[in-house]
Design a protein around this ligand. Structure first.
Ligand SMILES: Nc1nc2c(ncn2[C@@H]2O[C@H](COP(=O)(O)OP(=O)(O)OP(=O)(O)O)[C@@H](O)[C@H]2O)c(=O)[nH]1
Ligand SMILES: [Mg+2]
Length: 439
């Protein structure tokens, strides 16, 4: 998501940066392109209009135009305003003063409610809470079974009743079960329909009246663009929402929904879904997303994912090796394999400052092929070579290339990459990590 928008903005700022001093005309020209880029990304036109007006007002300030690097200043302003339209700061779930905290998920059919209910349960469980899932979607038995299966996978209890029961009374009974289980969070998965209609809203309103949830979260599919924004407006008007969860942010949507929904609906985004698996849920951080859109990376999310994937021992061991500069090819291989577990490479690369612009040109399948090649090369090395790659001379390179079905140039390239990584890690370990760069 956001690839095209990022690319467009990147080229606007590159051109602006090549100018040195900026005139009003330069700023207007750049803003016209920013406006087009946002509209093309399917951002709501009113949001675009206000956004660009704000940028213009702030960019034409003499302090900006007369500064040493005006283009950098403009980018900074764009960054700040992007953060503002995305909601300013993160908006967390609030635990009720008397547990359990009740969360109700609503949304159109297929938006990802059931998947997200499970993701939330896992998120809470990992944070040390005791969630209970409630199957309150009675349109079909399969909907209940889907949640029950997910609950089993995650080892989270699921409260269910027969489909003949009314969803609102199922939810009420679930609260009793929550007390018995001493559950601290209750997450109700409700039924969706293809379009917003009276029956769906009435059912949701009835559940809401019955269980008085602390959070009513609308799950919307980010791929549906402005339809998602309209759904948020309507749900909020009829039901009163406390937050939004944007799913399928890993898809190739243009990003318009994410960029407009907070401003238009007036409801904060609390989480984003970035995949089908139960751990593909992230707290929504406006600053991090703005940073990703502007190609400035998102090291914090990357680190959080790493923490979830690697266990503490591994991290400590790696840290020590990095500090003493004894990182070898085996660690490199281990790291590569774990990187793959952290998510698709294309997503990870987007979070590394400066890499996103380069990586955009490499499709995901190519990434995976490169990884396979790297793996083959390292596996063709002797244990001694892996521990001390510096001994790899010309004849060893040729042998490794033959063994891995690659060329000596490939081996060379990998060794160079390895040396660079080692150097970078040494710098980071000394606390002088590379500074995030704009472009
Ligand atoms: N790629 C991706 N797929 C997702 C995400 N969230 C949900 N999905 C997929 O979207 C589809 C629909 O998800 P569900 O959770 O069943 O949606 P729902 O809102 O419960 O649907 P109904 O119960 O039929 O109204 C499933 O195939 C999910 O795997 C996400 O963040 N990324
Ligand atoms: Mg469902």
């Amino acid at each position: 998501m956001f690839e095209v928008l990022s690319q467009r903005l990147d080229s606007v700022f590159k051109r602006l940066g090549s100018k040195g001093r900026l005139t009003e005309k330069d700023v207007d020209e750049a803003l016209r392109e920013v406006r087009l880029a946002l509209l093309e990304a399917d951002v709501n036109f009113k949001v675009v209009k206000e956004f660009v007006a704000k940028l213009r007002e702030r960019s034409l300030d003499t302090q900006v135009l007369d500064s040493l690097a005006p283009a950098q200043h403009v980018i900074k302003i764009v960054n700040e305003e992007l953060i503002a339209i995305l909601g300013g700061g993160p908006s967390h779930l609030v635990a009720a003063s008397h547990p359990p905290t009740i969360v109700m998920l609503v949304g159109l059919q297929g938006s990802g409610k059931t998947t997200t209910a499970a993701k939330l349960a896992l998120h809470l469980k990992r944070s040390g809470y005791r969630p209970l899932l409630v199957a309150a979607d009675h349109r079909r038995p399969a909907a209940i079974d889907q949640l029950v299966t997910l609950g089993k996978q995650l080892d989270v209890p699921v409260y269910r009743e027969d489909t003949s029961a009314k969803p609102a009374s199922v939810c009420a009974h679930a609260l009793k079960r929550a007390n018995e289980l001493a559950a601290t969070w209750v997450i109700a998965d409700t039924g969706g329909r293809l379009h917003i209609d009276e029956a769906m809203m009435e059912e949701a309103a009835e559940i809401k009246r019955e269980i008085k949830p602390a959070e009513v979260l609308l799950v919307v599919d980010a791929m549906t663009g402005q339809d998602a924004v309209r759904a948020a407006e309507e749900f909020h008007a009829k039901l009163g929402l406390s937050g939004l969860i944007l799913t399928k942010m890993d898809g190739d949507a243009r990003g318009g929904a994410a960029l407009s929904i907070k401003s238009v609906a007036g409801v904060p985004i609390k989480f984003i879904g970035t995949g089908e698996k139960s751990d593909a849920l992230e707290t929504f951080h406006p600053d991090r997303l703005a940073s990703r859109i502007l190609g400035m990376g998102d090291m914090l999310t990357l680190i959080e994912r790493a923490e979830r994937t690697f266990d503490e021992e591994q991290v400590k061991r790696l840290e020590k090796k990095v500090r003493h500069a004894t990182l070898d090819m085996e660690d490199f291989l281990e790291q590569l394999r774990q990187m793959q577990e952290m998510g698709p490479l294309s997503q990870l690369v987007e979070m590394i400052p400066g890499l996103s612009t380069i990586a955009r040109h490499a499709p995901a399948e190519v990434d995976e092929r490169i990884l396979k090649k790297v793996e083959a090369i390292i596996l063709s090395m002797t244990p001694q070579e892996r521990r001390n790659p510096d001994i790899i001379d010309g004849s060893r390179k040729r042998r490794i290339a033959r063994g891995s079905g690659t060329t000596p140039q490939d081996v060379n390239q990998l060794l160079n990459q390895f040396r660079q990584t080692r150097k970078l890690m040494k710098q980071m370990a000394r606390g002088r990590g590379p500074r995030p760069i704009f472009r």
